[in-house]
Design a protein around this ligand. Sequence first.
Ligand SMILES: *Cc1c(COP(=O)(O)O)cnc(C)c1O
Length: 393
Amino acid sequence: MSSTETVAPGGASHLECTRCGASYASEEPHRLSPCCEKPLYPRYDLEAIGRRLSRDDLAGRSADLWRYAELLPVRDPSNAVRLGEGWTPMIDTPRLAARIGVGRCWVKDEGQNPTASFKARGLCMAISRAKELGITEVALPSAGNAGSATAAYAAAAGMGAHVVVPRDTPFPILEEMRALGADVELFDGLITDCAARVAEGAREHGWFDLSTLKEPYRVEGKKTMGYEVAEQLGWRLPDVIVYPTGGGTGMVGMWKAFDEMERLGWIGSQRPKMISVQASGCAPIVRAWEQGTEYAEPWAGAHTYASGLRVPRAVGDFLILDAVRASGGAAIAVDDDAMRAWTPVVGADTGIFCAPEGAATAVAAARLRQSGVIRPDDEVVLFNTGSGLKYVV
Ligand SMILES: *Cc1c(COP(=O)(O)O)cnc(C)c1O
């Protein structure tokens, strides 16, 4: 099916504070919850949706993430901004499985999204919903891939896009953003410093800030990875999901999706072990997981060439840690040398030129197999979150 297929109407019933559960109307622009300054999650009337939509109804739908439209926040299908996002392949990789030492391994190849990373999912949803709410100028700080995705979806929606990125952002990504019509500002510093610059622009010029989890809809785009994994495996989940974690939107989004699917009666209560992988040079979630704390202290002096993992402070830290702990998973750091060494290993075993973040998941899986966290008969899904081509300098 192509993306010319029509999209069903959707829409959340309300927004909910992820910290205290307070609810807010979904029909006006929101950022962090006014009560706790924490992320807001869209909630749906799952009982009503479950009565009129069965998982089998999805079979003939469009081969993009809009196949789950009833479970997405965009109300009017004409606001869906579509470039072919989602429904990426789950690639069976027997030689990589053997190398890692597990029964079965799939790579969910998110490099096949528009703008060659899974950031397309989140920004597609945030920008579609911003369009629906009448927003005309968006901005965000980015380590790179989120900027490309913002530029693309803002262009498709006819909105202005302002992207602030660290000066050392990979050149191909800078060229891409400019070619997609974004106003690109280079900044000396990390993504957190760029965020302060965006907040300033938002105050001065009224730009709507699309920073990770600081608005409620990017997570809804990323949660579709959870729906896809289940649907592509015939409505079951794997034993282990290995996910390279920066802001953690994908991790917490999938966790949310599993909960929704269980309430819909589409899956049971079994959950995969959720493995959060970070870079040794920036591993705030791994440190917090090891220390057993609820929140993660910001990481000082963050450095790694895996730009998606260069996130010293995640606003959804407690949600990531909760998913890792509740699933019996783990958090593990991988250094840049190992990512460099494993990129051609994964490539030769699978045919996928992965991003360093994707290579990190393979390294992590092999190490966790050795330490016994992953068992020999486990079925494992690795997330390759972007294409290696974006890191060629
Ligand atoms: C942004 C990014 C990540 C981290 O994603 P989060 O959902 O923010 O944790 C991982 N890999 C790549 C390639 C990225 O661009």
